[in-house]
Design a protein around this ligand. Structure first.
Ligand SMILES: *Cc1c(COP(=O)(O)O)cnc(C)c1O
Length: 410
């Protein structure tokens, strides 16, 4: 008899985005001409930078010539790309990261899930609440949790609430956890972490032999020069942190697919016999076995991000979304709403007014203004009473959505 991975049955059925789609569909069926504007899902809308497109076209030409044709590339990614990342993203910010410690992949989402392959089943795992759902669901699938409780939390996970009272940065636990997921700038709250906050986490991780899984997918959106872009800007992080980065949000690669994971060679964890094992070796083995590298064409496109033109174009792209975020913050504030984030991140985190639940606010916004956002409660129990508005849209749609909220929300 064939059996299944029963952990999949623990996953909660009514996942956030399908439920949003269901409610929008119901509304549109009753109001077929409703001019819906979606400020919900965190996907980019603007075209790929020209530098990236040109590099990819050139790479396609390379593939058409026997002399420059490429078959399987290195599983870890081409060295010319890893070297640019090491020097421009890390060493330029004072991070002691070498090209050999960088692994190119086809996405941060998969890396965040796949990384669990190299860790034991008995680790205590901490996530913030609200949180990017991928961290939680991949741990459920891997059998690292118990069943789902009524409030949506899973047995066995440690939830660290983040809210306006703690400035959307979690209180460092007073007990030991082994793996900690941190995401800064944060999805969904748009919050950032100061150097002091990250230092407190690194100190905690060093004191408890824990490992931080640091998701820096939105680092390009940091405009405040005092905020760290990488966990490796903090002394000691090489010994306790893995960092995930992606070209999805800075260069619009959500449909193109390229990302990277940094596993420092100094990072170790315990084997069953008590010995220390280098995680780099395990991740390298894992990737070499289960992954065959990112397309040459795409890696050339990612490399172009580091050219002078690519830097200017990605900067302009990020500035465009940040300007959207600024407009959203200003307009919602003048509509009397309390907003957070949206300054060093493409997400605005709104406190629902008058004690409305996240879903009540969702319905009200949909019915009164035809604007779709994301209920905060979908990111975790502590997201209840909040709402996420994404800045990933055209200027026209952002302006129109804000106009409607100004005129018709109440
Ligand atoms: C968008 C996003 C990513 C990037 O995922 P890709 O698979 O590289 O597109 C990673 N983490 C968070 C929190 C994100 O929102």
């Amino acid at each position: 008899m064939t059996t299944i991975n029963n952990n999949y049955l623990k996953l909660k059925a009514g996942y956030l985005f399908p439920e949003i789609a269901r409610r929008v569909k119901t509304y549109v069926e009753a109001n077929p001409d409703a001019p819906i504007i979606k400020l919900g899902i965190g996907d980019v809308t603007e075209p790929l930078p020209e530098a990236c497109r040109t590099a990819m076209i050139k790479a396609v030409e390379d593939m058409g010539d026997r002399a420059s044709f490429k078959g399987y590339g290195p599983e870890q990614g081409y060295l010319w790309l890893r070297e640019k990342i090491a020097t421009q993203d890390f060493q330029a910010r004072g991070c002691d990261i070498d090209a050999s410690e960088i692994f190119i992949s086809d996405g941060s989402k998969c890396d965040c899930g796949n990384i669990l392959d190299i860790f034991g089943k008995d680790n205590t795992i901490a996530v913030t609440d609200p949180v990017y759902p991928v961290y939680v669901d991949t741990n459920v699938m891997a059998g690292h949790t118990g069943e789902a409780k009524d409030n949506g939390e899973y047995e066995g996970l440690v939830y660290l609430p983040i809210n306006a009272e703690n400035n959307f940065t979690a209180q460092i636990p007073d007990h030991k956890v082994d793996l900690i997921y941190l995401c800064f700038p944060n999805n969904p709250t748009g919050a950032t972490a100061t150097k002091e906050h990250l230092k407190a986490w690194v100190d905690y991780a060093q004191a408890h032999n824990s490992i931080i899984l640091f998701d820096a997918a939105y680092e390009a959106f940091i405009t405040d020069s005092t905020i760290p872009h990488s966990i490796y800007e903090i002394e000691g992080a090489r010994d306790c942190a893995i960092e995930f980065r992606s070209f999805s949000k800075n260069a619009g690669f959500t449909g193109t697919r390229c990302a990277l994971t940094v596993v420092p060679k100094t990072l170790t964890a315990k084997a069953a016999d008590g010995s220390d094992v280098e995680l780099w070796k395990l991740w390298n083995r894992r990737q070499s076995t289960k992954f065959n590298g990112v397309s040459y064409i795409i890696q050339r496109g990612a490399e172009a991000v580091y050219s002078e033109a690519g830097q200017a174009q990605t900067k302009a792209l990020v500035s465009f979304y940040l300007e959207n975020a600024k407009i959203i913050c200003q307009e919602l504030t003048s509509a009397g709403l309390q907003v957070y984030g949206g300054v060093n991140a493409p997400y605005v985190w709104v406190k629902t007014p008058n004690g409305l639940s996240s879903w009540e606010f969702f319905d009200k916004l949909l019915y009164n203004t035809n604007v779709v956002g994301t209920p905060g409660s979908g990111f975790g129990a502590a997201g209840e009473g909040y709402f996420r508005i994404s800045a990933f849209n055209s200027r026209e749609n952002v302006n129109e959505a804000m106009k409607r909220i100004r005129e018709k929300f109440d």
